[in-house]
Write a protein that binds this ligand. Sequence first.
Ligand SMILES: N[C@@H](CCC(=O)NCCCC(=O)O)C(=O)O
Length: 264
Amino acid sequence: MARPVIGIICNRSLLNDQYPVHAGGTMNTEAIARVAGAGAVLLPADPDIIGVEDVLRLCDGVLFTGGRPNVHPEEYGQEATEAHGDFDRARDRLTLPLIREMVARGQPFLGICRGFQEVNVAMGGALHPEIRDLPGKMNHRMPPDGTLEEKFALRHPVSFTENGPFARLFGGAEVMTNTLHGQGITEPGARVVIDGYAPDGTPEAIYIEEAPGFAVAVQWHPEWNAEADPVSRPLFTAFGQAAAAWAEGRKTPFSPQPAKLAKA
Ligand SMILES: N[C@@H](CCC(=O)NCCCC(=O)O)C(=O)O
């Protein structure tokens, strides 16, 4: 039986340090295929190659992935500085209008890390280029060296609104997550509900208020260990269910039922 199709936003990269490619991580494709239960398609992050309308027609959902290059600060009315690092303006030109259109239509999406930041900026919010420089903030960047297991290790708790949608989805108001980011939300965009925070107050989980569909994003990387992680699994499962509903012509707002607590 045909599965829903979820588009995965790629990042530009160099193969063998020589050949320009549009790259999609296998952690993302595996999470979409094995946990969300959808067919995964890789989307070049450039509207001159695939436009917003093409993606909306082809995909039942979109995964806005992590990525090292940052959303250009002119997208939120600020000047670029050295702290902002690298940019990917083609990706900005595709993802920001795509997110706004998907929110309006109720077409499901999940944002991860840079994708989380894109959702906030698409809705009119702002970011800080290096949150560890802010008073009281911890360093949320991934360790510069080490194995993937060390880089994606669970590093801090995220606390959610009691009985809010994330707490209901995860079966509790606090979970442990990894952290691999330098930027963070400073001002939420219109209708952006910040529902999860790290201990230092860094926003970690958002959804779009009164969105007709699944409009959700997290600052951490749930694609790591997605099949086994007790947080990743329900998140990608709910995303896949929303994409399947879209494929059948139905919209599903982000309003999980309380998780069935394990029998004592
Ligand atoms: N560039 C943004 C988003 C960080 C992000 O998506 N990290 C995943 C990729 C990790 C890496 O390759 O560095 C930020 O720095 O906040």
